[in-house]
Design a protein around this ligand. Structure first.
Ligand code: ASP
Length: 367
């Protein structure tokens, strides 16, 4: 035992561990981290031709559009989806295409950047978060409000930061995220809030995972935990689902036409406030009948922030009694993607799907 008074001051072990860390980083630095860009389309992927019109660019021209990438410290490869789309044309089968590329290349890269249109980015990021179980590398979605080919494009900044985050050695982000206008958000917590401004995304119910300023400051305590099991990728979606948004004046014709959609398996109802809905007899019995026919009914609030709290008001007690599931503070994008994914994965086990819908699978619900 070292006698008291002869112990080294507290900063000595710190300096020592710091020196080891620096040496390790230098050693690791010999091998560059590698990032794969998966290019799906969207505004970001457009350049102006000599006549000034915008058109999608081939990703091999990315260094022309973002010359700063030539001097970056990590390796970049890219893959383009067979058809480059406006993300309003996104489909679950394209989610599977993106996931299959990442799954195939998973061991060869340290992180992935998905270039995607902003309109449905939150849906795709949510879907991928549920598809990838035990993810231990970052998948960072980004895009832009102005095309890369335009002088004031926000795309350059977004793509450079997204690549930096996907390749960083400072932290490991085992999550599907969205980087936009200096913030890194959890993908399944994000929502597009602005069709005009550069800060187009927000995550109302969960803080951002990192902020890019002079440095990128990571909030590691907010990351999902590192998995201990091997990666699994789920690729089945059941699209026999619907979203029913309530409004004052909604009548039985609309509600019943949705709930009697042939083959419907699940419906997300967008309710008011903390999960409230009309208490009219016709409404509750329409939902009750649907639930008895095996349709899953999930309660998500129309509010951007805050949570469904079943039974907080009398206006949600009947729904709770008949078996409507409260989905907490999940976003509508994450709710519908999660429902399709769980129904696809467990087609014969509705009880299991219901149970998982009320729980957080990838940090999409505050528990
Ligand atoms: N309509 C475009 C898309 O989502 C918008 C964008 O990328 O910002 O593909």
């Amino acid at each position: 035992m070292i006698p008291e008074g002869t112990q080294p001051p507290g900063w000595v072990p710190f300096l020592f561990s710091h020196a080891i860390k620096q040496l390790l980083l230098r050693y690791l630095g010999m091998k560059r981290n590698k990032v794969l860009i998966v290019y799906t389309g969207g505004t970001i992927g457009m350049v102006q031709d000599e006549n000034g019109s915008l058109h999608p660019f081939a990703l091999d021209r990315i260094y022309d559009a973002v010359p700063q990438l030539k001097s970056c410290q990590y390796g970049i490869d890219s893959i383009t989806l067979p058809s480059i789309i406006d993300s309003s044309c996104m489909t679950p089968s394209m989610w599977v295409n993106i996931a299959e590329i990442i799954e195939r290349e998973y061991d060869r890269y340290d992180g992935f950047v998905v270039l995607h249109g902003t309109d449905t980015m939150a849906y795709t990021a949510s879907a991928l978060s549920f598809m990838f179980k035990n993810l231990d590398k970052p998948i960072v979605f980004t895009g832009s409000q102005l095309p890369l080919g335009m002088l004031r494009s926000d795309g350059r900044e977004n793509i450079i930061c997204a690549l930096e985050i996907a390749s960083t050695r400072l932290v490991t982000i085992p999550e599907v995220c969205i980087f936009f206008e200096s913030h890194l958000y959890r993908g399944n917590r994000s929502t597009k809030i602005n069709a005009e401004n550069f800060d187009a995304f927000e995550s109302y119910n969960y803080p951002s995972l990192a902020k890019a300023g002079i440095n990128i400051s990571f909030k590691e305590h907010l990351f999902l935990p590192m998995p201990t099991e091997p990666l699994q990728v789920r690729k089945k979606f059941d699209t026999r689902v619907a979203i029913l948004k309530l409004f004052p004046g909604i009548g039985p014709e609309i509600v019943n036409s949705v709930l009697h959609t042939p083959e419907l398996q699940g419906v997300v109802i967008e309710t008011y406030g903390s999960g409230n809905a009309p208490t009219d007899e016709w409404f509750i019995s329409a939902l009750d009948d649907a639930i008895r026919r095996g349709i899953i009914v999930l309660n998500v609030t129309q509010c951007k922030a805050g949570s469904v709290k079943m039974r907080q008001y009398a206006a949600s007690c009947d729904m709770d009694r008949i078996g409507v599931i409260g989905a907490g503070d999940i976003t509508i994008e994450a709710a519908i993607a999660k429902m399709m994914c769980l129904l696809g994965e467990y087609p014969d086990d509705k009880a299991h799907v219901k149970m998982r819908l009320s729980q957080s699978l990838r940090g999409e619900i505050t528990e």
